[in-house]
Design a protein around this ligand. Structure first.
Ligand code: BGC
Length: 462
């Protein structure tokens, strides 16, 4: 998509950031967080065993298994042309080697429903959940994990390939591994198991690569990538070599292990000491998905040994979400899309923002986030990055893993008991952007007036 296709018009009161034709404006979702009654996966078992402090359970979630179409209608009304959803492996292969055709039929119905509404599906094959039997065998630490995952992928691509050619193998392998093995907030709930975190991520890289090849064998024209969580780590004092060192370390370990494996087939030192042969992983992506939410400042701190001597904290005066990190609330940092997308562009394939959003029950900062994200993307595309779409997390309030129902990420508010949806102002804003394929001054004035100077200064000054 050529940067020349972009316009940034100047005028009296009607400046606009115009996006390239065909830009994808979508929303991102995931099976366990939306479908309801995903009873046969490791997350439901974890919730039932008291794994979540608040005692919340996903339960009926957004009731998609019975009626995803209600929300597809909302996405269509907003003028969206893309939606990212995931398949629930535990429905498709409830017992190892046994396939459930009724699950496939329901997914066929859902994908058809999206296409009929002019919405292109991007399908994630693993978004944090898998069948209980897979967990009981050790999940991605088991010897045959790659083979099991690839067999499942082959099954679904054969069954759904006529309705989808846009596949995201694995969602956020770095978050899955860190939360499951180091921090204990996700099943299997291990704490401090750095070796488990590293090994599971390594196996996920191999599983991703095997899935990539299998999908292309079955569907040569498929577009296959994965969605990676990038946290922005900024040295607290950029002039301090120690702060720079520890911020760089956090980045290398958390952000870069998986991408480096895909880009180069190698692991960074010291992880390389433990890495298996990653050569097969090299070059296995047709696009890179970036999930961008947060930024942490990092300061060198001898007492933070478990965090590689880097103390992480939100910037003073930062715009905050409702999401706690330690004693504080996390910083919302949509501007980070610009630097992360440039970095992802090094792969030489198209980039998609596969997630960006904010926990914000009152919709105080979401409009600000959306316009800042649009501005960051527009600038990045103008600089020549092949950024092709944005999937806002999320369409409706969803079940937020360890935080349960406390955090609200939806463009629509959801009352879980009655399943009623209420449109937040952000949904009106996002719909207006999607329909116009542009962000206009008028939209910013109406929905995020405080951001006006930020969004349009450069153009006015230019
Ligand atoms: C995950 C989503 C989650 C979102 C907001 C991402 O890390 O992929 O499943 O809901 O963050 O917390």
């Amino acid at each position: 998509m050529a940067a020349e296709a972009l316009e940034a018009q100047r005028g009296t009161g009607d400046q606009r950031l115009v996006f390239p034709p065909g830009f994808r404006w979508g929303v991102a979702t995931a099976s366990h967080q939306y479908e309801g009654n995903t009873l046969n996966n490791q997350w439901t078992a974890w919730e039932r065993a008291g794994g979540i402090r608040s005692g919340d359970q996903a339960g009926l979630a957004c009731d998609w298994w019975r009626n995803a179409e209600r929300d597809f209608d909302l996405a269509q009304e907003m003028g969206l042309n893309a939606l990212r959803l995931s398949l629930e492996w535990s429905r498709i292969e409830p017992r190892a080697g046994e396939w459930d055709d009724t699950a496939i039929s329901r997914y066929r119905e859902m994908l058809t429903g999206l296409r009929e509404r002019g919405i292109e599906p991007m399908v994630t094959l693993h978004h944090f959940t898998h069948p209980l039997w897979f967990e009981q065998r050790g999940a991605f630490l088991s010897r045959d994990a790659v083979e099991r995952f690839t067999r499942y992928v082959a099954h679904v691509v054969s069954a759904l390939g006529d309705l989808c050619d846009f596949w995201c193998t694995i969602n956020e392998p770095n978050v899955y591994s860190a939360f499951g093995y180091e921090l204990g907030d996700f099943p299997p709930g291990r704490r401090g198991d750095l070796w488990g975190a590293l090994r599971s991520q390594m196996t996920m890289a191999l599983a991703h690569a095997a899935a990539y090849r299998e999908i292309h064998r079955l569907q040569p024209a498929a577009r296959v990538g994965w969605a990676h969580h990038y946290n922005v780590f900024t040295p607290a004092h950029p002039s301090s070599p120690f702060d720079r060192l520890v911020a760089g370390l956090q980045d290398a370990v958390f952000n870069d292990f998986f991408p480096r494996a895909v880009r180069t087939g190698t692991a960074v030192f010291p992880l390389s000491l433990a890495a298996r042969d990653l050569n097969a992983v090299r070059g296995t992506c047709d696009f890179v998905g970036i999930n961008v939410y947060y930024r942490d400042l990092v300061r060198f701190d001898m007492r933070s040994a478990s965090q590689l001597f880097g103390k992480r904290f939100p910037a003073r005066g930062a715009i905050r979400s409702d999401q706690p990190v330690g004693e504080e609330l996390s910083e919302v940092f949509p501007q980070g899309i610009a630097q992360v997308a440039r970095r992802a562009a090094e792969f030489g394939v198209p980039v998609y923002v596969t997630e960006n959003g904010v926990a914000d029950r009152e919709d105080r900062v979401r409009p600000w986030l959306i316009v800042q994200a649009a501005k960051a993307m527009h600038g990045t595309i103008a600089d020549g990055v092949d950024l092709r779409g944005y999937y806002h997390w999320s369409l409706v309030d969803d079940f937020e893993w360890a935080q349960g129902w406390k955090l609200r990420f939806g463009l629509y508010a959801l009352d879980v008991a009655s399943q009623q949806r209420v449109k937040r102002p952000s949904a009106r804003l996002y719909g207006a952007i999607a329909r116009a394929n542009a962000l206009s001054e008028e939209m910013v004035r109406e929905f995020a007036p405080d951001a006006l100077a930020d969004i349009f200064t450069q153009i006015s000054a230019g």
